[in-house]
Design a protein around this ligand. Structure first.
Ligand SMILES: CC(C)(COP(=O)(O)OP(=O)(O)OC[C@H]1O[C@@H](n2cnc3c(N)ncnc32)[C@H](O)[C@@H]1OP(=O)(O)O)[C@@H](O)C(=O)NCCC(=O)NCCS
Length: 158
């Protein structure tokens, strides 16, 4: 889907981005129970804490807009050259059009600028096919882990 623009979120757009993130987290990301999402929004990913990390340059946010924000990716830069894919979301009306793929590529580029050599994350198997298509490998599986679900450790050298 080439006609939609992928943009980096700057600090000025953060206030507009956050409600989209909040809504997406509450309605999608079905591997997380609601109580966990609410905890995230109150603590680690509260508007204030998220902004703090963002201001320190530890977080890269990229979004796609088409009248409104229809997709975003959040990647972080961690110690030891590791980047974490924190959040990726595409509005359900715009899925399977290549937007998620473009976002991951952009996130990888950002991570490289932060001298990261590897992008990784943990998630359930729901979108496994998507990540495998993007070149991630499954480095391990945590069986019957949180909420008695299997969690996959995905990694990719970038
Ligand atoms: C996962 C998600 C980001 C994928 O975004 P998307 O824009 O639909 O993905 P793309 O269109 O870029 O897909 C790229 C490729 O992966 C495939 N793909 C996409 N989702 C897939 C899935 N769930 N399972 C298997 N393959 C998938 C596409 O068919 C496409 O294949 P192709 O290159 O052969 O055409 C999107 O479904 C989403 O936002 N889901 C809800 C939020 C969420 O679950 N986030 C991730 C939490 S781990």
């Amino acid at each position: 889907m080439k006609e939609v623009k992928l943009k980096r979120i700057g600090i000025k757009s953060y206030d507009r981005f956050y409600p989209v993130f909040r809504r997406a987290l509450l309605t999608d990301f079905l591997h997380l129970p609601l109580r966990r999402k609410k905890y995230f929004l109150r603590k680690i990913w509260s508007k204030k804490n998220f902004k703090k990390r963002f201001k320190r340059g530890k977080i890269g946010i990229f979004s796609v807009r088409k009248d409104k924000t229809i997709a975003f990716i959040v990647v972080s830069s961690e110690i030891g050259g590791i980047s974490l894919l924190r959040w990726i979301w595409v509005d359900k009306n715009f899925r399977n059009k290549g937007i998620g793929k473009r976002l991951v590529k952009r996130g990888e580029k950002w991570a490289q600028t932060k001298n990261c050599h590897k992008l990784r994350f943990i998630t359930d198997g729901r979108n496994r096919g998507f990540y495998l298509k993007l070149g991630f490998v499954i480095e391990g599986i945590r069986k019957k882990d949180r909420y008695k679900k299997d969690f996959y450790l995905f990694g990719k050298f970038i």
